[in-house]
Design a protein around this ligand. Structure first.
Ligand code: NAD
Ligand code: SER
Length: 335
């Protein structure tokens, strides 16, 4: 059985569809009830807080072998509610690692634990430095300025600790019951869901607003650069890493990306695909300050060499073959 937490979110809904297509038995957990079509693909759904003791007691009775732990508070919401973000992102992850460790011991087999981390773990010192350094590798600039980035970086280390060192001194036999693997995602672009609470959300928001014929105020400047990826590639990356042979993995956390693009170029592409799109740039200083510390691009060569990662959607293909047709269809149907 595969457990997906945060299953009702953007990644969760797409991941559940992909796992169901593979015939997997799925247990979905989210704070909110899942959309009906997602729930229908799961053997069981539980509506609960990832920090609830009752939930973990329930999970410990299930034959879970793999966990995709997606439940989290994203960066912009986390800055508004830092204590909530710490509770969900850090304490929720700690509780789930303890549950995974327990399940591994019970079944005498490691539990595979996939954790989506983020470019938010990086903290570039200035906008000038960000543009100067270009691609950032996994070990550089690990000084996040947001509670979200700090929580992601800490949870990567926590996962590594549980996988390699937890209780090793106390009992050698008990170590190694979690196979922890993390991905540092760039901003994600989904045609089928709308983001909430993130700081890379300006890109998908521009596209969805244009498709609906609504004006959009972009909250960053036109010359803001970030790396992005289309949702189908994000799901492929998660599934590729999940199935990669352990002996090939040289790291716990891998960068993955598809393309790097400025907000101005996104606005131009959106205007080409949806003539009449009304996009204005009205930067929000707080959100701009966050993206100014995130890298303009990331180096994903380790993922490419260790587990054959390669994106299938570049910038053009993401917009013309994935976003434009699917989003247009979605809003025509919704009207
Ligand atoms: P999302 O906000 O769409 O989904 C998160 C889900 O978690 C939501 O359905 C929410 O209800 C659930 N959740 C929140 N608090 C919870 C709690 N206390 N208990 C149980 N469930 C709770 O986000 P997403 O884009 O699907 O992201 C999923 C994961 O991927 C997150 O960990 C996020 O940090 C990470 N990630 C996302 C992006 C991106 O651009 N979307 C980039 C990098 C990393
Ligand atoms: N895309 C996410 C956010 O903006 C980063 O992980 O919060």
């Amino acid at each position: 059985m595969i457990l997906v937490t945060g299953a009702g979110g953007e990644i969760g809904q797409s991941l559940i569809a992909a796992l169901a297509e593979r015939g997997e038995e799925l247990l979905a957990v989210d704070l909110r009830p899942l959309p009906n079509d997602t729930a229908a693909l799961c053997a069981e759904t539980i509506t609960a807080d990832i920090c609830s003791a009752e939930l973990h007691a329930q999970l410990r009775r299930k034959p879970i072998r793999t966990i995709f732990h997606l439940a989290a508070i994203l960066s912009s919401q986390a800055e508004r509610e830092p204590e909530l973000a710490h509770r969900v992102n850090v304490e929720g992850t700690l509780l789930l690692l303890q549950t995974a460790h327990y399940l591994g011991k019970q079944h005498r087999a490691p539990v595979l634990f996939l954790f989506p981390s983020s470019i938010a773990v990086y903290g570039l010192p200035s906008r000038e430095e960000k543009l100067r350094v270009g691609k950032v590798s996994e070990e550089q600039f690990l000084t996040p300025m947001t509670i979200y980035g700090a929580s992601k970086l800490y949870c990567e280390l926590l996962g590594q600790y549980y996988a390699r060192y937890y209780r090793r001194l106390a009992d050698e036999v008990e170590s190694g019951w979690i196979d922890f693997r993390a991905l540092r995602f760039p901003g994600l672009l989904s045609a089928f869901t709308r983001p909430t609470g993130g700081t890379s959300d300006y890109a998908p928001e521009m596209v969805h607003a244009a498709a609906e014929g609504k004006p959009y105020d972009c909250f960053v400047t036109p010359d803001t650069w970030l790396p992005f990826m289309a949702m189908p590639d994000a799901i492929r990356a998660l599934l590729l890493l999940a199935t990669a042979p352990a002996e090939r993995l040289r790291r716990t956390a891998y960068n993955v990306t598809a393309f790097s693009v400025s907000a101005a170029t996104i606005a131009e592409l959106v205007a080409e695909l949806f003539p009449g799109a009304q996009i204005q740039f009205r930067p929000d200083p707080r959100r701009q300050a966050i993206v100014d510390t995130w890298p303009a691009d990331i180096d994903d060569s380790a993922a490419r060499s260790d587990w054959d990662w390669a994106p299938e959607y570049d910038l053009q293909r993401t917009f013309t073959e994935y976003l434009a047709p699917n989003i247009a269809r979605r809003y025509r149907l919704d009207c």
